[in-house]
Design a binder for this molecule. Structure first.
Ligand SMILES: [Zn+2]
Length: 445
């Protein structure tokens, strides 16, 4: 028998964590942050302590795992987004014997986060490239964990298949089915079918957009949108400022590729951009590393912006701040806190969408208002999602044919539509499909 403990990410979009208990062993998938709580905290305290994060509900609950500390064998992290890896350095220190496995880019990001917060983990960290597998030693069993290449909105994302004596557990949180990714390979559908043939016992699948009747567009479409907004619009001699998700290395590649065609110099600004781009460089996953200059520290940002101010037609600035985050480069630009003043007809391209948490909605509305007051042109939603829609979910379930299905990546507003689709596909609630909350336990025989 195996037990699925849905620890975090089942009441909210964030702090993803699911633990699989097989007899004397526990293997944990993901260890993320609930970002809206972190942002709220950071408005009062720049570097919140682990205790502050815990009491604000920003990291997954640790009661169950602490009670069973001696059984925790490994943390398997699917990808580098903060809602999947951001809590690891605050969490895994309580389980020093547990090994950490993830892709090189993901672990490099984790190391950079640790450096930022001056923390250190004793846990052994092991790189697993997409497509590779590892063996995890339990008390009396050895478990094979396959890190299957999966398309999403950051590089080296994976779907994990954990082989246990009670059957295969598939954890697909997060995913999209992108047949034309800009970096990395398309999903390996043959491998999915092989897993289905062997028999998948339970699949935990990202249902963030299970209520959207769509198949999510490929990143190739986002690339075309970036091209349109940069090359098919007359930006004249005005400034061009672009903001996107710092971890979205493939999107940054598209932005750099088309900016080069404009014959403008490309400057990246902001600490988080620099963190992710440097992590990508360290693992040889940064195809544009020779095409951009990175301004990380205040003095570098200051001197770069002075040049942009005086020669606005010569540069494309790529910066942080698409969610209107306090203290981001774009936020400070808009608030006139940096050495640059927006002028009429300057362009701001948001290669992003507002993540629907109240804090982001409020921040972005205030930012957009200030930009409009200065007659800045705004190109919003130059973006496609990294999460599958309802039709991707249908494909996933049909490909993997799991005996049991658990919807994840949000509260009931996200997971009930997943349950409804499962019902359409023949699953029976509480028998073969399971609606979970944080702290639920599903026993599977
Ligand atoms: Zn993600």
């Amino acid at each position: 028998m195996l037990k699925v403990h849905t620890i975090g990410g089942y009441d909210e979009v964030g702090k993803n964590m699911t633990a699989i208990e097989i007899g004397e062993d526990i293997i944990v998938f993901d260890c993320g942050l609930y970002l809206p709580a972190v942002i709220d905290l950071q408005e009062a305290e720049r570097n919140p302590t682990p205790q502050m994060l815990k009491s604000a509900g920003a990291i997954p609950d640790d009661k169950f795992l602490l009670k069973n500390k001696h059984k925790v064998r490994a943390f398997l992290i699917t990808h580098a987004h903060l809602d999947h890896i951001g809590a690891l350095h605050n969490y895994a220190q309580n389980f020093p014997q547990a090994k950490i496995f993830s892709t090189p880019f993901t672990l490099e990001v984790s190391k950079a986060l640790m450096q930022d917060s001056k923390q250190h983990l004793k846990n052994k960290m092991t790189y697993v490239n997409p497509g590779e597998s590892v063996n995890i030693k339990g008390k009396s069993n050895t478990y094979k964990a396959e890190f299957l290449n999966m398309t999403h909105s950051t590089i080296q994302s994976t779907m994990i298949a954990l082989h246990t004596p009670s059957g295969i557990v598939v954890y697909a949180n997060d995913y999209k089915l992108d047949n034309n990714p800009i970096m990395g390979k398309p999903p390996n559908y043959n491998k999915f079918k092989q897993l289905a043939q062997k028999g998948v016992k339970v699949a935990i699948i990202d249902c963030l957009y299970a209520d959207s009747d769509r198949k999510t567009n490929s990143e190739k479409i986002a690339r075309a949108m970036v091209e349109e907004s940069l090359l098919k619009v007359d930006h004249g001699k005005n400034a061009i400022i672009i903001s996107t998700f710092s971890s979205h290395i493939a999107r940054l590649k598209s932005i750099v590729d088309f900016s080069k065609k404009l014959d403008r110099e490309i400057v990246f600004m902001g600490r988080s951009l620099s963190k992710y781009v440097n992590a990508a460089k360290r693992v040889n996953q940064c195809p544009f590393q020779n095409d951009v200059r990175i301004a990380t520290y205040p003095s570098q940002v200051k001197s770069a912006l002075k040049k942009v101010e005086n020669n606005r037609s010569k540069y494309v600035v790529v910066c942080t701040g698409h969610q209107g985050e306090d203290g981001s480069i774009l936020d400070r630009l808009v608030k006139n806190k940096l050495h640059f003043n927006f002028k009429k007809n300057d362009s701001v391209i948001f290669s992003s969408k507002v993540i629907p948490a109240q804090v982001n909605i409020t921040h972005r509305a205030a930012m957009d208002k200030k930009l409009k007051q200065r007659d800045v042109r705004i190109f919003d939603n130059v973006h496609v999602s990294g999460h599958g829609g309802r039709e991707d979910l249908r494909e996933m379930i049909n490909l993997l044919k799991p005996q049991h299905f658990i919807p994840s990546h949000g509260g009931f507003d996200k997971t009930i539509p997943g349950m409804n689709l499962a019902k359409e596909l023949g699953y029976i609630e509480n028998k073969t499909s399971h609606l979970c909350k944080n702290g639920s336990v599903v026993e599977i025989r």
